[in-house]
Design a protein around this ligand. Sequence first.
Ligand SMILES: Cc1cc2nc3c(=O)[nH]c(=O)nc-3n(C[C@H](O)[C@H](O)[C@H](O)COP(=O)(O)OP(=O)(O)OC[C@H]3O[C@@H](n4cnc5c(N)ncnc54)[C@H](O)[C@@H]3O)c2cc1C
Ligand code: FES
Length: 286
Amino acid sequence: MEDRAQILRKMVANIYHPHSASIQGVKEETRDIKTLTLVFKDQEIQDHFTFQPGQFVLVSVFNCGEAPISISSSPTFSEGLQLSIKKMGLLTGEIHRYTEGEEVGLRGPYGNGFPLDELCGHNLLFVGGGIGLAPLRSLIQYVFSKRSEFGRVTVLYGARTPRDIVFKDDLAAWGREKDVKVLTTVYRDNPEWKGEVGPLSPLLEKAAISPSNTKAIICGHPAIISYVIFDLLKMGFAEDEIISTLERNMKCGVGKCGHCSIGSKFTCMHGPVFTYRQIKEFPSVL
Ligand SMILES: Cc1cc2nc3c(=O)[nH]c(=O)nc-3n(C[C@H](O)[C@H](O)[C@H](O)COP(=O)(O)OP(=O)(O)OC[C@H]3O[C@@H](n4cnc5c(N)ncnc54)[C@H](O)[C@@H]3O)c2cc1C
Ligand code: FES
């Protein structure tokens, strides 16, 4: 007969099964983005839950259904599992009303995650727009936890206005690290803003990015992904050196329902992380 620990380990391994997680912390990043720190109610599940930067979970809320959300913290991050959620509609609107101690369901992790082995030993250029910095933050934290395995790090971030900048403390802390450059731009400034104004592209030049031994990881609105890829190709980046995450409507998260299909691939299983060489073969993605 199986003991409780064996049964729980199987449940953790069963990624189809949602687990209750309670909200331990809520951080208001911007007027419409909050970062939740979550802890699984069951200690066994909490102890065994593992994931890779770039993976996502399906978050369930009673009466609202499920939504895919990237994990915004690194598996090496001491403060635990974090999700950074932008208020969009039914489910995300409800989550924004939640406070500490309330519960959501989580199943996963799903998706391929970033190719950590391939990134190892390279300089890394991160380009994020808006809430697109969330999955990148997971990888950036991971890189800082294994700093000697990676080269120079550059983070270029764009937000609508200074009030819409997410992870302000992280951006500041990353910028103080050795061999790290962080540049932030806003599309519309306010009188207090002393930084860059305008699109992300000029920051590529300002940061003096060289394609040599560099991998670029981009996440944001498809329009941002599209023009940044265009610039990187012009600068001499190879198609395999450009990595991006794609968002598609999802239901099952496990390659069964077809909602997230893109060409012959399922974004939930084969993605959401793809190289530009793969992306350009997909029909009308960007
Ligand atoms: C792999 C993946 C990772 C994601 N990671 C994050 C994340 O880390 N943080 C985060 O805030 N969001 C993330 N999203 C987007 C998130 O899943 C949607 O915003 C969410 O499903 C909206 O649910 P809702 O019930 O609140 O909105 P709904 O009531 O379903 O929709 C409200 C409005 O939002 C629009 N909408 C719904 N989904 C999206 C979407 N994916 N992109 C743009 N508009 C959408 C709808 O068209 C509608 O106009 C991710 C999506 C995917 C596929
Ligand atoms: S979400 Fe069902 S196949 Fe991807």
